[in-house]
Design a protein around this ligand. Structure first.
Ligand code: AMP
Ligand code: MG
Length: 179
């Protein structure tokens, strides 16, 4: 079994009702059964509907128009991501901070007419963490602070968020009820 701690960034606007949001970055860290971080994956993704990133989105994520313009489209990016996972193991679970990333993967698969059955095994670390701590679900930043863990890199960059979530994942590895 391997654990894929994944964090997505997507097109966004100050007005949260604007849609659809499309994935623009897939950042992930792979953790093995021995709590070792064994690999990392990061790709930008070129959106097809709102092809121009809003200033708001670039400010939030630090992802620029140039980065997404030269990035693969979702079908190619997701094939790379799936190959990266299955080249290590066919038994995996996707772990993310909340259910947003699962839903966003499903939305983009639907948009591109791709199967979404590979997403089924998913855990929200945010909700499991809240159960362990007997607290209401909280943001990643807040959880890191609570654990006296440093938020490294740039918040709202998929790969950096994934690395930071992985710290909490590894710290509580034996408590998730995941074995
Ligand atoms: P995060 O993993 O917290 O960086 O957020 C993932 C995605 O959610 C971002 O790439 C945005 O598409 C969206 N998002 C996060 N925070 C905001 C916000 N304050 N306003 C609008 N969209 C947001
Ligand atoms: Mg993020």
């Amino acid at each position: 079994m391997i654990y894929i701690v994944v964090d997505l960034e997507a097109t966004c606007w100050e007005d949260r009702s604007k849609s659809p949001n499309e994935i623009i970055e897939i950042g992930a860290v792979m953790v093995n059964e021995y709590k070792e971080q064994i690999s990392e994956f990061d790709t930008f993704v070129k959106p097809i509907i709102h092809t121009q990133l809003s200033d708001f989105c670039t400010q939030l994520t630090s992802i620029t128009q140039t980065l997404v313009d030269s990035a693969p489209l979702f079908p190619q990016a997701i094939a790379c991501f799936q190959n990266w996972i299955t080249s290590h193991s066919d038994e995996y679970v996707l772990c993310s901070w909340g259910f947003y990333d699962k839903k966003q993967f499903e939305n983009d698969c639907l948009l591109h007419n791709l199967p979404a059955d590979w997403i089924k095994a998913h855990w929200s670390i945010k909700h499991q963490y809240s159960k362990i701590k007997n607290m209401k679900p909280m943001g990643m930043e807040q959880a890191l602070a609570k654990e006296l863990l440093t938020l490294e890199g740039t918040h709202h960059r998929g790969i950096d968020d994934a690395k930071n979530i992985a710290k909490i994942f590894i710290k509580y590895f034996d408590h998730w009820g995941i074995k």
